[in-house]
Design a protein around this ligand. Structure first.
Ligand code: KIV
Ligand code: NA
Length: 279
């Protein structure tokens, strides 16, 4: 199938078709997701936790993002890929933000970049990156890079005034030129209200069923990442358990001398050559 474009996503919203969005960080996973037919892949800075073993997204660098976006691009050449901007790759200045967004496009061929926040500074960054010709996805609500100010990983917009603030951030991000917005960790009513008034695709993760599409972190939904599981995650598989069991079985068989089986898993010599070799 051909890679979807901004026009396809607009059409999907128009038709009421949900946009399917998952994270991926490596070649193999991206390949499986493309095969499964997902519409959009996010190479999130959740890379820090899911692949690199950090406790937060803060240590993730531009070089980390470029490398993993490249791997995902190789695995999913025909899927729309969003590259996440890591902490401090866009906060400093518009120029810096454009240069770093440009790296993800130039070096990893992503179709879009994503950055967090809905204030005036972020609006300026979105405008600058958009004017450089790059598609921008905003990210509001629960924004992990603002974890300290939010006071932890918890749902946002649960009071009427907090909900209104997020709705206004969505308006500001759209006005700044974002092609789409990801809304994370808000009540269903808030996700629905934002999607209902927006002129661009609104994607949700933990934002209820009223958004134009859904995102999950793949390692959560296949049961691979077990350090912490947010309330909004549905587990579609227990891959972590399957892998652990396979590693255990292998460990056992090697120790018992059951693997490899010389009749099945090894290379053979002709009887003649073997005889000559052994004499
Ligand atoms: O980094 C990421 O995967 C994200 C999602 C959690 C929204 O930004
Ligand atoms: Na992120």
């Amino acid at each position: 199938m051909a890679k979807k474009t901004i026009n396809d996503f607009a059409q999907m919203v128009e038709n009421g078709e949900k946009i399917v969005y998952l994270t991926a960080y490596d070649y193999l996973t991206a390949k499986m997701q493309e095969k499964a037919g997902v519409d959009m892949i996010l190479v999130g800075d959740s890379l820090g936790m899911v692949c690199l073993g950090y406790d937060t997204t803060f240590p993730v660098t531009m070089d980390d993002m470029v490398r993993h976006c490249q791997a995902v691009r190789r695995g999913a050449p025909n899927t729309f890929i969003v590259g996440d901007m890591p902490y401090m790759s866009y906060q400093k200045s518009d120029e810096d933000a454009v240069a770093n967004a440009g790296r993800l496009v130039k070096e990893a061929l992503v179709d879009c970049i994503k950055l967090e926040g809905g204030g005036p500074l972020i609006a300026s960054r979105i405008r600058a990156i958009q004017q450089a010709g790059i598609l921008v996805m905003g990210h509001i609500g629960l924004t992990p890079q603002l974890m300290g100010q939010i006071g932890g990983y918890k749902a946002q917009g649960r009071s009427a005034s907090a909900a209104m603030k997020i709705v206004n951030e969505a308006k500001a991000v759209e006005a700044a030129g974002a092609f789409s917005i990801l809304v994370e960790g808000v009540p269903t009513a808030v996700g629905k209200a934002i999607a209902g008034r927006a002129g661009i695709p609104i994607l949700g993760i933990g934002a209820g069923s009223g958004t134009h599409g859904q995102l999950l972190i793949y390692a959560d939904m296949v049961g691979m990442y077990d350090n912490f599981t947010p309330k909004f995650v549905k587990k579609y598989a227990n891959v972590g358990e399957h892998l652990t069991n396979a590693f255990k079985a292998y460990t056992e068989e090697v120790r018992q001398g059951q693997f490899p089986d010389d009749a099945e898993h090894t290379y053979k010599m002709s009887a003649e050559e073997e005889k000559e070799f052994l004499t």
